[in-house]
Design a protein around this ligand. Structure first.
Ligand code: KPL
Length: 300
């Protein structure tokens, strides 16, 4: 039986699978909307999560976007930035008015399209420092436990839309836009370099040259944020070092995509930062250099 409390997770990548397992483990009804279940409507798949030395497996029903046969009241969107708008369009027919939608995606510059699509829904933005990578379909490895900030897009003081989920650290936040800027900057500092050096996050601290590149990227982000009047209360370089240390054993999402030969999200991360800077008459040399190097390796 389906209910208004059922959670649907759109996109079973690393973060989507982590959330699906965590919700299910805490007793919530949860479905994954994935491409890989095209023929098998609501087929049960065993989702596995590895965290530290623990390994848990929970059954989760999967459905493809065109086969949802009951209204969605609670949706978590964890697809790639490149696919976000199309993925939401594909399930919109099943989405209730006033549904709760939580966006959990890296990058910036595409959210306004989603807001246009979801005028009747309550949109929450999530920004996470969790580090997770997909080992195989339906199998995720959580390499670093982070925190997920959640803010209502219209900044209305609303009740936390999530139940208590012991495995996830979720906190409400009044200024989610600032967190999203910070997250985009942190990803812009870390992710492209891991793809360039083909290393886990921790590998970025292996020599001075890499640290210097991190510092240059961070300094440019700080200048851009200041120019955008985003309060820079924290040192972005120090923040990225701390994220790197906490997720040292993780393959960044960008490196995961690059290793699979898939398009990365960098156009919504560094690409977005570079364009924002340009529109303000600034140039982010270190970010531009990095993108050119990555393009010469066929990483887009
Ligand atoms: O968000 C990440 C990503 O890989 O996209 C970090 C925090 C860098 C963890 O790997």
């Amino acid at each position: 039986m389906h209910s208004k409390n059922d959670w649907f997770i759109l996109g079973a990548g690393a973060i989507g699978s982590l959330w699906a397992v965590s919700l299910k483990e805490s007793g919530q009804a949860c479905y994954a909307i994935t491409k890989s279940c095209a023929r098998d409507k609501y087929a049960e798949k065993q989702f596995t999560l590895k965290e530290n030395r623990e390994k848990i497996t929970v059954p989760i029903q999967c459905v493809s976007a065109d086969q949802i046969d009951h209204p969605i009241y609670k949706l978590i969107v964890s697809v790639k930035a490149n696919d976000a708008v199309e993925a939401i369009k594909s399930i919109k027919y099943a989405l209730e008015e006033n549904a709760t939608v939580i966006l959990l995606m890296n990058g910036m510059g595409f959210q306004h399209e989603i807001h246009k699509l979801l005028k009747d829904q309550h949109i929450w933005t999530g920004s996470t420092t969790d580090g997770a990578w997909k080992e195989a379909p339906f199998s995720v490895n959580r390499a670093g436990r982070g925190i997920t900030w959640l803010g209502h897009t219209k900044k209305i003081p609303a009740k936390n839309p999530l139940p208590f989920i012991p495995r996830l650290d979720v906190a409400l936040c009044d200024d989610i836009d600032m967190k999203v800027w910070y997250k985009c900057a942190i990803n812009g500092i870390i992710n492209g370099l891991t793809a360039l050096y083909q290393c886990k996050n921790g590998g970025l601290l292996s020599c001075n040259q890499r640290r210097q590149r991190l510092k240059r990227l961070a300094d440019e982000c700080t200048s851009l944020l200041r120019k955008k009047a985003v309060p820079v209360t924290e040192n972005l370089f120090e923040m990225s070092l701390s994220v790197i240390k906490k997720t040292a054993n993780n393959f960044s999402s960008t490196l995961q995509d690059a290793m699979k030969g898939k398009p990365t999200e960098l156009q919504w991360i560094n690409g977005f930062l570079i364009n924002e800077a340009k529109s303000l008459g600034m140039q982010l040399y270190a970010h531009e250099e990095l993108m050119i190097e990555l393009h010469s390796m066929n990483i887009y």
